[in-house]
Design a protein around this ligand. Structure first.
Ligand code: SDX
Length: 431
């Protein structure tokens, strides 16, 4: 816990209270209000938690003004260019970059857990073929607590570790199965001779009828997309996982809750919504029409892939993602992809528009990821499942960190009640 470095004075109803102030490694100081309600009989009010720290953490740090994202202190652009997803998983889970031996052991452990219980295949067949893959993933991940009951005791450190590895290892298999089921193709088993990203692409795009060789540039881009989505402080889905876990729910149920929250278009669903928006715009000459709608106070329309609760300058992940988009589309010979042209022109026009500059609305991680995923052959419905796959390590790392906190208690926000106070029941004949 950070030490008290200052105190804040609050005067209310004629009484004055001293509140401890803690200084973090980075970011704003925090005023500790844990004793405020007991002392002053008042709540604080912060819908959306825009100014509230719900926990302390050592995993990820974001500086929204500088456009900085650190995982255990390492900048995201260095990790995206020099590391790879499973090494970043190790870093997020255990706090330090692994030695060569530690990495080899960790990768082998994940590789040996990529298959799912054979009986889970039947579970998929209960869904309609046209079910959104996110619906399938919420259901199947939640059901893992029924198939892997031996790693649901959150008080057992070994079981927490087993559940963590199982989830990181099996998410690609389950996401690929959700995709295969939606296109009516047979499930493809994971292969231990492929790395994490190549295995996922192989499970998605190979068919029994012929050999499928994973293009190394595409698997590198896939791995980079996983890395860029791995963790992101206390975003909505991570906060959902933490709140679910605070009740003692098992890890599979908590991750299923995180997947459900991520699905929303204001959060992880934005990559699908963004690509659908770019396709709706269709051509560069229609961009002004959509920008006008996004600026219209009487129109709730928003540019998907723009804006962020924390980044008020630029999303460092979008910068790296943009480079990958150029590489992948160049490789595929679709650098003239009309969607990419619209995306680049939309970004240029939006960033030149005072409305977006004033409101600090910049392309976020979802703006370019969809373009790469579509170029790789994924349908838009698979964009958010891929985000969920990548974010599982972040959810799990935050889940483990919270469970290790001796001060952990069940999360239970209060409210500003504006409803009726006590009144007597009125019989129907008198209403
Ligand atoms: C992710 O939290 C995380 O870290 C999330 C994430 C992660 O890795 O976990 O980074 C992943 O979710 C990225 C965000 C993806 N969502 C989108 O791209 C959807 C479009 N963006 C917006 O819905 C919005 O920008 C949010 C939800 C992302 C952020 O909203 P905020 O910070 O709460 O801002 P706001 O809704 O209060 O808007 C502030 C103003 C408003 O105008 P006024 O009421 O002040 O006049 O900016 C406007 C909004 O209307 N605005 C937009 C806009 N986003 C905000 N106007 C047009 N287009 C937009 N995209």
């Amino acid at each position: 816990m950070a030490e008290n470095t200052d105190t804040a004075t609050l005067t209310i109803k004629g009484k004055t209270y001293e509140l401890p102030v803690h200084s973090p490694s980075g970011g704003p100081d925090v005023i500790d209000i844990r004793k405020l309600y007991g002392q002053a009989d008042v709540f604080t009010y912060d819908p959306g938690f825009t100014s509230t720290a719900a926990c302390d953490s050592t995993i990820t740090y974001i500086d929204g003004d500088k456009g900085e994202l650190l995982h255990r202190g390492y900048p995201i652009d260095q990790l995206a260019s020099k590391s790879h997803y499973l090494e970043v998983c190790y870093l997020l889970l255990y706090g330090e970059l692994p030695s060569a031996d530690e990495l080899e052991t960790f990768e082998r452990l994940v590789t040996n857990h990529t298959m799912i219980h054979e009986q889970m295949h039947n579970f998929f067949r209960g869904f309609r073929r046209d079910a959104h893959p996110m619906a399938t993933m919420v259901g199947v991940i939640g059901a893992m607590s029924a198939f892997y009951h031996d790693s649901t005791d959150i008080t057992d450190a070994h079981q927490r570790e087993v559940a963590s590895i199982r989830l990181i290892a099996k998410m690609p298999t389950i996401a690929a199965m959700a995709y295969k089921y939606s296109v009516g193709q047979p499930f493809v088993y994971p292969r231990n001779d492929l790395d994490y990203a190549a295995n996922f692409l192989h499970m998605c795009f190979s068919v029994p009828a012929e050999e499928y060789n994973v293009n190394p540039i595409l698997s590198r881009a896939m791995d980079r997309i996983f890395t860029l989505h791995a963790d992101h402080e206390q975003n909505a889905s991570t906060s959902t996982v933490r709140l679910a876990s605070s009740s003692g729910a098992n890890p599979f149920a908590c991750i299923a809750a995180g997947i459900a929250c991520l699905w929303g278009p204001a959060h992880g669903g934005a990559n699908q919504a963004c690509l659908e928006m770019l396709k709706e715009i269709g051509t560069v000459d229609r961009i002004p029409e959509f920008i006008a709608r996004a600026k219209d106070k009487n129109d709730s329309y928003r540019l998907m892939g723009f804006g962020h609760r924390v980044y008020k300058n630029f999303d460092p992940r979008a910068t790296v993602m943009k480079e990958s988009a150029d590489e992948v589309l160049d490789l595929l010979g679709v650098e003239n992809n009309p969607v990419l042209q619209v995306a680049k022109e939309l970004e240029k026009q939006a960033l030149a528009d005072p409305y977006f500059a004033e409101k600090k609305l910049f392309p976020n991680v979802d703006f370019y990821s969809g373009i790469i995923l579509e170029a790789m052959g994924f349908p838009t419905s698979m964009f958010t499942p891929i985000f969920a796959l990548a974010r599982t390590v972040g959810w799990i790392s935050q889940w483990k960190e919270q469970l290790a906190d001796p001060q952990l208690k069940i999360g239970r926000p209060r409210q500003l009640y504006l409803g009726e106070m006590a009144r007597d029941y009125v019989d129907i004949e008198k209403r």
